[in-house]
Design a protein around this ligand. Structure first.
Ligand code: TRP
Length: 333
């Protein structure tokens, strides 16, 4: 480890991770795991904000096994399960007493989900509304310096920074102010609607590539991905006018480590069918390695649980320490 700076990040175990999660999050976690002290959590409490499950623990173990399959090191990093560290919920309550509800109302993610579910008002939970406060608690409990997050979570991180600054203004230096690490590549988008983010909780599974999809399914999904009707076809990065092709270029660039500019040169003069074949081939190469490792560890539940028990224990020590500080300054301890 090169510095003592702390990194915190998490993914919701709402479904198996997608190629979008891999490129936008996990791959970056792997890249920085030897530089910082990293805490990678499975945000199961966030997953229940607008969904009900009867198998969330299984999904959490799937997520853990995928972290490991993608080469997250369980020995050097702390890997933990949000619900097992009660300090998250405890700090959530305290911070919620410092946040003006009017500010919370304007969070984009809430507004989007709210407007989608708005016609069924009784489906919009208070949990969905206070979701950003739980996320701030996750981050602030560990005195986090850096948070790798996708574009869609940037506003939540900004909100966490605001909460921390306000709290510090009142009570002195209690929280470290976290900074984002935003991926350099553009966000990975939905295959059939490349304007929207690729989401593992999309009801249509043709919109995403799961890290556990079989090769034939990957080929099928990429073949069906929306492109454009440029004639002649041209493989060129242009988010605005060619979002489908740009998305596939983004994926290919990250997986091959070849810059978009060079890919455009190399892929001059090929049609979209040929291009898609190259993309699905590359995805399948990556997934092959991940799935091989995943299936070799997923049924070792004792091993997986022992990683969580160990990670939770280490996380809890840091979290308790911060929570105690907070309890003291607000006068309840
Ligand atoms: N809300 C994040 C997402 O849906 C997951 C998450 C929960 C998170 N807590 C976090 C990400 C803290 C970064 C830091 O992707």
């Amino acid at each position: 480890m090169l510095t003592e700076n702390i990194v915190f990040s998490a993914v919701q175990p709402s479904n198996n991770l997608t190629i979008g999660n891999y490129i936008g999050a996990i791959k970056i976690w792997v890249d920085i795991q030897n530089i910082y002290k990293c805490i990678y959590s499975i945000a199961d409490l966030h997953a229940i904000t607008n969904n009900y499950y009867n198998n969330l623990k299984t999904l959490s173990l799937n997520t853990l096994a995928l972290y490991l399959a993608c080469d997250i090191n369980p020995e050097t990093n702390i890997i933990c399960l949000q619900s097992e560290i009660v300090e998250h919920s405890q700090l959530h309550w305290i911070l919620s007493c410092f946040v003006n509800w009017n500010k919370l109302k304007h969070m984009t993610q809430f507004k989007n989900k709210y407007s989608k579910q708005g016609s069924l008002l009784n489906k919009v939970t208070v949990g969905l509304f206070t979701y950003p406060i739980l996320m701030a608690s996750d981050i602030l409990l560990y005195q986090t310096n850096y948070v790798p997050v996708g574009y869609d979570q940037k506003q939540h991180l900004e909100f966490s920074r605001k909460i921390a600054r306000n709290f510090n203004k009142k009570y002195g230096n209690i929280f470290t102010i976290p900074q984002p690490i935003i991926p350099k590549i553009g966000k990975i988008t939905s295959l059939l609607n490349p304007i929207r983010k690729m989401s593992k909780s999309d009801i249509n599974s043709n919109n995403y590539i799961s890290l556990l999809d079989k090769p034939e399914l990957v080929i099928k999904k990429i073949n069906n991905a929306i492109t454009d009707s440029n004639n002649p076809p041209i493989v060129k990065y242009d988010i605005k006018n060619k979002p489908g092709i740009s998305n596939l270029l983004n994926i290919l660039s990250v997986l091959t480590n070849i810059s978009i500019v060079n890919l455009e040169k190399d892929l001059n003069n090929i049609n979209y069918i040929q291009f898609k074949k190259i993309v699905s081939n590359e995805i399948n190469n990556t997934l092959f390695k991940i799935q091989k490792k995943y299936f070799s560890i997923r049924n070792k539940e004792k091993y997986l649980n022992s990683i969580l028990i160990n990670g939770n224990k280490r996380a809890k020590i840091i979290a308790r320490n911060t929570l105690n500080k907070v309890y003291r300054v607000i006068g309840i301890k």
